[in-house]
Ligand binder design. Structure first.
Ligand code: HEM
Length: 518
């Protein structure tokens, strides 16, 4: 038989080499994956993985699963591996020892549709854009100097809150409504330079949104950013939008776009009117100025401007308001704690004035109530999702690049090795203990730790402590006639901020002289 011509021989050799290369790499990879040691976890179902185990209150479902599978376990959402850590030691591994490898975020639909294509800080992947955003924040909004310079705003808004509650004396009131209005007013004034919402029709102006509308938008954002959207985890089903979340995200995007357009147009007009002597006065001014800077490391486009403006409005409002609501609920459930807190305020502040921010270090019981609230009811039960960008080994297990990591701080706050009677709300447990919430004590991580730790934690703490202290100082609190302290439920509604399922209703009576409220 005649030998094949040299081009045929060459092609045959090339095909054999390609086949060998394919088999050795693919099989090699499979074998390598097979050899890897993954954390234990429940067996996944085809297609859905373990999505059936998420439940309506996922941090509780995962807490119980972790009792079976351990402090580090692996689940699957669709075909994506999800590692869940539930102990201070494992949280330290993720957020401190290997912080660099776990500092990114997964590209979920919420970040795409409700946060300008991952252009805010909270959803931005780890990299130069996120680093720059963080620098802008820490220098412009959260520096100690900045936070101090806005104290007058917080004082005015606290007073407005106390006056509103005074006007509602004796009436059963949904406290959450007042708290969300208070935090929205604070954050919009600090970050946007004005409230940008109106309450009564007489306040209405073209450059504002109705308070109710802004409140609904922020609530919807938190809900949609916490959901387990099937399309994120089973991408070939995403076009069906089975839960209707993506449709809602797109509708919300439109509303936020309209709001941000108003804020930006307003700021640009002010800048234009004072072209020669313009000095940036708030965060929007700073971000707009940076967007014009040709020397910026990473250009900020129009999505970036909106995303960066959005961060404090969302990061700072619900979180603080819901934490205060949890604290008040616990005090109403255990009136003896409310009594102790009132006695401390009576002793330290007296009856002739309101509590100021610099009084807080002298109010250890209030401080302990806030820590205990953040332990038992951390609003970010799972922090925000972290994503690994490198292969890593944690506790002897292989965690490949691209793994989603959930840090269950709700569970960590209930670790019986660290917390005696963890289910009980006992502020006294913090007395004589050097545990704070600044990300250094891994048994208490309400703001996270490491690179992605909440950049607004200082402001958040000030808002929560000073508001709670004044609410206790200024009012006697009572539950509705038909509700006994023991009946106050602590049911949770899961979201990016987990809040009370049933808003707390209470009636207040003033404790101080009438002139202080007016
Ligand atoms: C009681 C109040 C607050 C709580 C409990 C809280 C909690 C958290 C948590 C748990 C995270 C996620 C950390 C992680 O992924 O590891 C976070 C991130 C964040 N928080 Fe807060 N926060 C509060 C107040 C604030 C305030 C007042 C602001 C701004 C005005 C803010 C802005 C942000 C931003 C922008 C991020 C994203 C950071 C990043 O991804 O790099 N937060 N917060």
């Amino acid at each position: 038989m005649e030998a094949p011509s040299w081009p045929v021989q060459a092609l045959t050799w090339l095909a054999l080499i390609a086949l060998f290369h394919y088999l050795s790499t693919t099989l090699g990879r499979r074998l390598h994956r097979h050899k890897q040691k993954h954390p234990p976890g429940p067996k996944p179902w085809p297609i859905i993985g373990n999505l059936n185990l998420v439940g309506t209150v996922p941090h509780q479902s995962f807490h119980y699963l972790s009792q079976k599978y351990g402090e580090i376990m692996q689940l699957k959402f669709g075909s994506f591996p999800i590692v869940v850590v539930s102990s201070p030691e494992m949280a330290k591994e993720i957020l401190q020892t290997h912080d660099h490898s776990f500092a990114s975020r997964p590209a979920l639909a919420a970040g795409k549709y409700t946060s300008y294509n991952y252009s805010n800080m909270a959803w931005a992947p780890y990299g130069p854009y996120w680093r720059q955003a963080r620098r802008i924040y820490l220098n412009e909004l959260f520096s100690l100097k900045r936070i101090d310079s806005y104290e007058y705003i917080r004082k005015e808004e606290r007073h407005a809150l106390m006056s509103r509650l005074y006007a509602l004396s004796g009436k059963e009131t949904v406290i959450r409504e007042q708290l969300v209005r208070f935090t929205l007013a604070n954050i919009t004034r600090m970050a946007l330079g004005g409230k940008y919402f109106y309450v009564s029709e007489s306040d209405q102006s073209f450059s504002r949104l109705k308070l109710e509308e802004l409140k609904e938008m922020t609530e919807e954002w938190f809900l949609l950013n916490g959901v387990f959207n099937i399309g994120d985890w089973i991408p070939w089903l995403s076009f069906l939008d089975l839960q209707g979340y993506v449709k809602r995200m797109k509708a919300l995007r439109k509303k936020f776009n309209r709001f941000h357009d108003i804020v930006i147009a307003d700021h640009k007009a002010k800048r234009e009117a004072d072209k020669d002597n313009f000095v940036p006065k708030d965060m929007v001014d700073v971000v707009l100025q940076l967007a014009d800077d040709p020397n910026l490391e990473v250009k900020i486009n129009s999505d970036g401007v909106k995303g960066l403006i959005q961060d404090p409005i969302l990061g700072g409002t619900h979180t603080s308001a819901m934490t205060v609501e949890w604290a008040i609920s616990e005090l109403l459930k255990q009136p003896q704690l409310l009594q102790k807190a009132t006695e401390e305020l009576e002793r330290v502040i007296g009856r002739d004035r309101w509590v100021q921010e610099d009084d807080i270090p002298n109010l250890p019981y209030i401080g302990a109530i806030v820590k205990e609230t953040l332990r038992v009811h951390p609003v970010g039960t799972f922090l925000a999702p972290h994503l690994s960008t490198e292969d890593c080994k944690i506790a002897g297990f292989d965690i490949p690049r691209g793994t989603n990591v959930i840090v269950n701080i709700w569970s960590i706050g209930r670790d019986p090795r660290y917390w005696e009677a963890p289910e009980e709300f006992q502020p006294e447990r913090f007395f004589g203990k050097n545990i704070d919430v600044t990300g250094h004590h891994f048994e208490l991580l309400p703001f996270g730790s490491g690179r992605r730790m909440c950049p607004g934690y200082g402001l958040g703490l000030i808002l929560v402590q000073s508001t709670l202290a004044n609410l206790v100082h200024g009012f006697k609190w009572a539950l509705p006639d038909n509700v006994k302290p023991g009946d106050v439920d602590m049911e949770e509604e899961y979201g990016l901020t987990t809040h009370r399922k049933n808003p707390i209703v209470a009636a207040v009576e003033p404790r101080l002289s009438a002139h202080l409220y007016i």
